[in-house]
Design a protein around this ligand. Sequence first.
Ligand code: SP5
Ligand code: ZN
Length: 335
Amino acid sequence: MRHFSDPAQGRHAPLRELHNGEWMDYAESPARFEAILQALGPGEPARDFGLDPILAVHDPAYLAFLREAHALWRAAGRTGDALGYVFPVVARRPLDLERIDARMGAYSMDVSTPVAAGTWAAAYGGAQSALSAMDAVLGGDASAFALCRPPGHHCGADYMGGYCYLNNAAIAARAAQARGISRVAILDVDYHHGNGTQDIFYEDGDVLFASIHAHPKNDFPFYWGHADERGAGPGEGKTLNLPLPQGTDWTAYAPALDTALDAVRAHGADLLVVSFGADTFVGDPISHFKLTREDYAAMGARIAALGLPSVVVMEGGYAVDALGANVAAFLGGWD
Ligand code: SP5
Ligand code: ZN
């Protein structure tokens, strides 16, 4: 399977994140990108499709802010990474805010998502990687892999969160629709619920969002991903959440995967976008499922057996030493 990336994706390097009340090294590190490239080989450079396909998903004011946030932070006399500390959870509305802290908070759902010097270029490059993989599949390839980093599935149309700034899977899905493929399915198999992707398509009857993830009563992002979230309006029934307990291994994961794959078939999808996170791995430092490298090969093969044109987009996965081989095992399912 061909794969796409942009060198700028290695230059997003936040210093630290708050975890259980303490400052830790940032888990979503550039080393993840290098490890996957190492395992798969250099692949092909992403083509630049410009800002329009990103604007098909994201709010223009959010994009303009994301682009300049780090420069504004520096202009305010700060060092390090831009990070919000007040969040309008109970009063979110359009406001003309000035101070960088106010604007960071207004566009963030958490403190896991700092804006560093290379953030915009990396996120933009990642989105172009997703668009390049989609372009390969629309051009006739059976499948393609977008080595997206930073990941995308936690950010919505106008907010960042969970290490994510631009929603690569959503951008790819909308690009397919712009080229005439209306019925798309997004299958999210990252350890964490893809709240941003869910939000973007919640009322869209053409795009199925199916996710298997750690139960949000104990895992990030907590406030989304519960089984009773099923879509709304024309999208009613087109969101499927399959939360599983910590400790889940392949024997419990495989039946959930089959349920999700049944939903993809029932949707009548013409194209599949897979949000793949390798943070379901038994050795992942921030997660609590127990999948093995062999399980990734089985998972990839089962998804590939749908026989749908497929774009695989990289999401999480933090066991850096095992990451490249895990990604390769999953993609091997399409061979
Ligand atoms: C794309 C994705 O997998 N995002 C996950 C975001 C989870 N953020 C909350 C968990 C914070 C764990 N921090 C661990 C730091 C260890 N250095
Ligand atoms: Zn994750």
